[in-house]
Design a protein around this ligand. Sequence first.
Ligand SMILES: Cc1cc2nc3c(=O)[nH]c(=O)nc-3n(C[C@H](O)[C@H](O)[C@H](O)COP(=O)(O)OP(=O)(O)OC[C@H]3O[C@@H](n4cnc5c(N)ncnc54)[C@H](O)[C@@H]3O)c2cc1C
Length: 263
Amino acid sequence: MQIREYVKPDTLEEAYALLMKGKANRILGGCTFLKRTNLKIGTAIDLAACGLDYIREMDTEVAVGAYTSLRTVETSEVILREFGPALRESMEHLIGVQLRNAITIGAHAASRFGFSDIIPTLLAMNAKLRFYRGGVKTLRDYMEEERLEKDILVEILLPKEGRRTVVQMARLSYSDYSVFCLAMSRAGGNWIVSAGAFPGRAKLAERTMAVMNGGPVAREEAATLAENIAAEYRFGSNYRGSAEYRRELCRVFARRGIEELAQ
Ligand SMILES: Cc1cc2nc3c(=O)[nH]c(=O)nc-3n(C[C@H](O)[C@H](O)[C@H](O)COP(=O)(O)OP(=O)(O)OC[C@H]3O[C@@H](n4cnc5c(N)ncnc54)[C@H](O)[C@@H]3O)c2cc1C
């Protein structure tokens, strides 16, 4: 990337005004992705002074500021206590602690990376996103939006609804990108199933979820439901794996996830 001008505003109001001032103006997260691009940035807007590095526990949800590092999220006792280890598991393979100290969770979620393990996990956790201009929307809706408006992601909201989440990923070596990722959760009778890296932007298995949410799910149904989940995704081939390999991973991960959560 090339930066013409660097600015570190003190408020989100200022940051948003700068963002809207020019087409080539950009928000900076930890720059781990940006610096690998050839982008020519007009005004680079550093959010470091905008107070978005926090994890706040409230009565009904936990708010994670967009400028919070993956490492802070991964080591948060509040997140572990309220939501279990799934979010940590989706992050801890990512190269090393130094890099995870630099990557900001907001940049990752806002970018809708098609290789992400973190986004399918956040989807399964029923996460919402608060944008400076656009207000609160579900991550599910954000992932489906065709054209994104320029905006600043302020925080990620994780609802405390007693949801148990499991995430399963396959990669060729420990710190590589995933070949495929499947996350699943259950809160009472409500299930969420999401997958990513088919390869492609993470999405929910809506049709099978509708069936699962229509009545109790027994462990014995796991194989059939897993087959239906796999049938909902369009898998692709690349140098990490073939479409058929990914489909098989999906069947196996979905069956295991249902068997674990149906208990
Ligand atoms: C060596 C390496 C290995 C990696 N391996 C993996 C992996 O295995 N799995 C995986 O999922 N990812 C992996 N990643 C990708 C990593 O997750 C991204 O680099 C990271 O998410 C980018 O975060 P950042 O804070 O550095 O964002 P930046 O690079 O600073 O920004 C990325 C984008 O987000 C925008 N942005 C930043 N903050 C906001 C905000 N608050 N609101 C709106 N837009 C914003 C920026 O304008 C930019 O377009 C890897 C990256 C590297 C460098």
